[in-house]
Write a protein that binds this ligand. Structure first.
Ligand SMILES: Cc1cc2nc3c(=O)[nH]c(=O)nc-3n(C[C@H](O)[C@H](O)[C@H](O)COP(=O)(O)OP(=O)(O)OC[C@H]3O[C@@H](n4cnc5c(N)ncnc54)[C@H](O)[C@@H]3O)c2cc1C
Length: 449
């Protein structure tokens, strides 16, 4: 039973770090030892490495997310967004769906220990037209929206008589060559290539898939050699990879590139990096030059006892790096392991013991380049093609939280091997009232903007 003196642990964010920290805390803490509250706007954790496969239709959207209430059954889940952190008064302000809807007062939650795990958001630039026409690739909504959008472009291209509209519909521009951008492009191109078999007037070579990358390589996570291999593979599939190139503007749905090219396109996907969640900026807590929370290797925020941070939002020293001052890269591998270390240190602190330092040597990365094609750099070994793709699937299957999700994803993959891909666009799901409004409005076209 919790009493007034029971320590309160508040976790901001229910992503990788938030979910894994809360899971371990609920498993390790004895009854009544502490109260755990998780604040998260979505009722689920998103397993982001599966988003490209969700976009391609290989995994259903509901299987790339993990329901927080079911998994964190010993925690209190507060649906909402932390809007302010006051480390002096030890309080966090939360805007819940009810406050947002009714305009009432925001919720104030106090804590003894605060775990900051709000992750990151897309890092955008003030490029003309980007905010109006671009889409990110960090959420399940974006991934599924993009899938529907790509399939809709095939319908538009197939049904128009206007050559300019057709060209823009069949041109897909992705900006940013990290794993999010490359995997999303590779999976969606694969899906669209399959889908055009069913269009009498579109051939695969009519589509233009373009990857724009400012540096001289893609997939830096897997190293130079495999990055070069990935460029060669993708170019072999007729994917246009522009290295040392930047997007300069995309007004009026024309992507203007720094190499002087102008690409009319109805699809612009922005995956050119991430920045820490905006909530941290006004928290008064110490931040590094990129806005990440400065944490000790124990995952305690520097100079803020009782405040902990990990994952994309935190700058944690990498004690295994040869160069002093290196910080852990923002990726899932560190996020999961830091969450475990953070939970252990928090429990140790509650029990009057000394926390230990986080130390993990990065083991490498795996990336899919579409169905049956991938690259993997693991424990110093370079693997390409089908074996790398297989390892990519095996690795992520082993990592996706809960046995239930693992079984469902595996079942979907097995079924996908037996039957053909689904290529239907369900974009109309985004406007569920359109049909009824049309009927009720006497045939007037509904406002679904
Ligand atoms: C498409 C894609 C593919 C990826 N593939 C790989 C991969 O193959 N390998 C790899 O290592 N990494 C990969 N990553 C990166 C990896 O997913 C991230 O590094 C990891 O999710 C970071 O975990 P986190 O807990 O810090 O943030 P997240 O998992 O993003 O969780 C943050 C959570 O905080 C919530 N939140 C934000 N603001 C607030 C607020 N104010 N109040 C309350 N809650 C808030 C968010 O809703 C979110 O649920 C990929 C990322 C993407 C987008």
């Amino acid at each position: 039973m919790a009493t007034a003196s029971t320590p309160r642990i508040l976790v901001v964010g229910g992503g990788y770090v938030g979910l894994y920290t809360a899971l371990r805390l609920q498993r390790k803490l004895k009854r009544g030892e502490a109260e755990i509250t998780v604040i998260e706007p979505q009722p689920y954790m998103t397993y982001q490495p599966f988003l490209p496969e969700a976009a391609a239709g290989s995994i259903s959207p509901r299987h790339v997310v993990v329901p927080l209430r079911r998994v964190l059954d010993k925690c209190r889940i507060v649906p909402g967004e932390a809007s302010a952190i006051d480390p002096v008064r030890q309080r966090v302000t939360v805007v819940t769906p009810a406050t947002a809807e009714e305009g009432g007062e925001a919720l104030e939650l106090s804590y003894d220990h605060l775990v900051l795990a709000p992750g990151s958001v897309s890092r955008t630039l003030p490029i003309p037209g980007l905010a109006e026409h671009g889409i990110g690739f960090k959420t399940v909504e974006e991934a599924i929206g993009l899938r529907n959008h790509v399939l809709e472009q095939l319908d538009i291209a197939s049904s128009t008589r206007d050559a300019a509209v057709r060209e823009a519909a069949l041109t897909f521009v992705f900006v940013g060559g990290g794993y999010a951008g490359v995997e999303a492009l590779a999976e969606l191109e694969n899906m669209a290539r399959f889908a055009v078999r069913y269009y009498h007037n579109i051939r695969p070579e009519d589509m233009k898939w373009v990857l724009v990358e400012a540096s001289g390589r893609i997939l830096p996570e897997v190293g130079d050699d495999l990055g070069t291999y990935a460029v060669r593979e993708l170019r072999g599939r007729n994917i246009d990879i522009r290295l040392h190139t930047r997007l300069q503007s995309c007004d009026h749905r024309v992507a203007v590139l720094s190499d002087g090219d102008r690409l009319p396109s109805r699809t612009l996907v922005w995956t050119a990096g991430v920045k820490p969640a905006p909530i941290l900026a006004a928290s008064g807590l110490p931040l590094n030059e990129r806005g990440r929370l400065r944490a000790e290797a124990t995952l305690n925020v520097i100079g803020a006892p009782g405040v902990w941070a990990a994952g994309d939002a935190a700058s944690v020293p990498d004690l295994t790096a040869e160069q002093p001052g290196t910080e852990c890269a923002p990726n899932a591998q560190h996020a999961v392991r830091q969450a475990k270390a953070l939970a252990d240190n928090l429990v140790a602190t509650l029990r009057g013991r000394t926390p230990t330092e986080y130390r993990h040597k990065y083991v490498g990365s795996v990336a899919s380049l579409g169905l049956h094609e991938g690259v993997a750099f693991l424990y110093g070994r370079k693997i390409k093609g089908y074996p790398a793709w297989f390892m990519h699937r095996a690795y992520h299957l082993s990592r996706v939280p809960t046995f239930n999700r693992k079984a469902k994803v595996l079942a979907e993959w097995v079924l996908a091997g037996l039957f053909k891909r689904e290529i239907v666009s369900l974009g109309s799901l985004e406007h569920p009232r359109a049909e009824f409004e049309l009927a009720a409005g006497g045939g007037r076209k509904p406002d679904v903007s």
